[in-house]
Design a protein around this ligand. Structure first.
Ligand code: PMV
Length: 333
């Protein structure tokens, strides 16, 4: 099955001939997985081996402005800087847009405003593809549902499937080969005291993309066979912890899940290690603070940066311990 076949299914046979509007605009928040997506059952369609669960960061993400342009190519601006079409970033974007062009000579001016570092493990591709497809939906007046947008965004980047809602979001892995049952849905529970602290330890681009790292882990880590079991356990515990608002259960499970993902990567060959010495130092500091009785946990994605998890009542102590940390009130955006 190809990406184009999925688009046919969404549009029941074909894309609308031309967009209804001259411009399209959409914002999508980034999301941080508490139970990670790591490994695909279908590489072309970004279908995951397991389900996953995330939390949105309301003010962090991507705003995409699209307008039709009478030129032979697309133009891409990221935070007001024009990006060469030969860069891997632009190639990936243009290739994704190719799926939606009603005519070959149909080109766009794409103005992307993003307030998180790109490709540093802060899920920039999640908000990027979600906002792009939502802006296309606006441009074409397609009136697609969020469920349909989630399926389309997944074709660009798996974790983008979860970037259409605020709060807790679960992406159901699905079982179908066309992935029409592999989309995200929000969990209807708020937890206003919950905080995420972004600890940016490095803004450098990651040494290996999550796409490549995932494949290498699936193909070479002997530990990968334990991963689906770990996810099934953690997902059930996380949902229970959210339901009863048990913070240490929630955040402890999220930390354990992230550490298991990184341990599995480390056992791949060639090994994959996103952590820097600063990452390990910050982890040790979190463990020390916890040992002293402060309820703080972390999670880590495909990069060296950490996201701390804590409650509002401990915010003052934690901002003192980590003065550079950016605190996000996840339910008060
Ligand atoms: O969607 P991708 O290909 O950027 O992969 C995301 C992988 C993790 O961020 C590490 C985990 C996740 O579930 O977001």
């Amino acid at each position: 099955m190809k990406k184009a076949n999925v688009i046919d299914r969404i549009f029941h046979g074909g894309l609308p001939a031309s967009p209804r509007n001259q411009k399209g605009l959409a914002f999508a928040p980034t999301n941080i997985a508490l139970c990670k997506y790591w490994g695909k059952r279908d590489i072309e369609l970004n279908l995951p081996v397991t389900s996953s669960l995330s939390i949105a960061l309301p003010d962090k993400g991507t705003m995409t402005y699209l307008s039709l342009q009478d030129k032979a190519t697309d133009t891409i601006l990221v935070n007001d800087e024009e990006i060469a079409l030969t860069t891997p970033f632009a190639e990936r974007l243009v290739c994704y847009l190719d799926l939606f062009r009603p005519k070959k000579n149909w080109h766009l001016h794409i103005d992307i405003k993003i307030n998180i570092p790109i490709a540093a493990g802060l899920a920039s591709s999640a908000s990027g593809f979600a906002s792009l497809v939502a802006a296309l939906n606006d441009l074409g007046a397609w009136s697609l549902t969020k469920q349909q947008l989630s399926i389309l965004a997944r074709l660009g980047s798996g974790s983008a499937a979860r970037s259409f809602w605020m709060g807790f979001v679960e992406w159901n892995a699905g079982v179908q080969s066309d992935g029409m049952d592999s989309f995200a849905m929000p969990l209807d529970i708020e937890w206003p005291e919950l905080r995420v602290g972004i600890l940016t330890l490095s803004n450098k681009e990651k040494p290996i993309s999550s796409r490549e790292a995932m494949q290498r882990t699936v193909n070479s880590s002997v530990l990968y066979s334990a991963w689906p079991k770990k996810i099934a356990q953690d997902l059930a515990i996380l949902k229970q912890a959210i339901h009863v608002k048990n913070f240490s259960l929630l955040a402890g499970t999220a930390e354990s899940n992230a550490l298991t993902m990184h341990a599995t990567m480390l056992s791949s060959w060639p090994p994959i290690c996103y952590s820097l010495p600063e990452t390990l130092a910050a982890m040790r500091k979190v463990w020390e603070l916890r040992h002293e009785g402060l309820e703080v946990y972390f999670t880590q994605d495909a990069g060296p940066n950490l996201k701390l998890l804590f409650l509002e009542k401990n915010q003052a102590e934690l901002t003192e311990a980590f003065p550079d940390m950016e605190v996000i009130s996840v339910f008060e955006g």
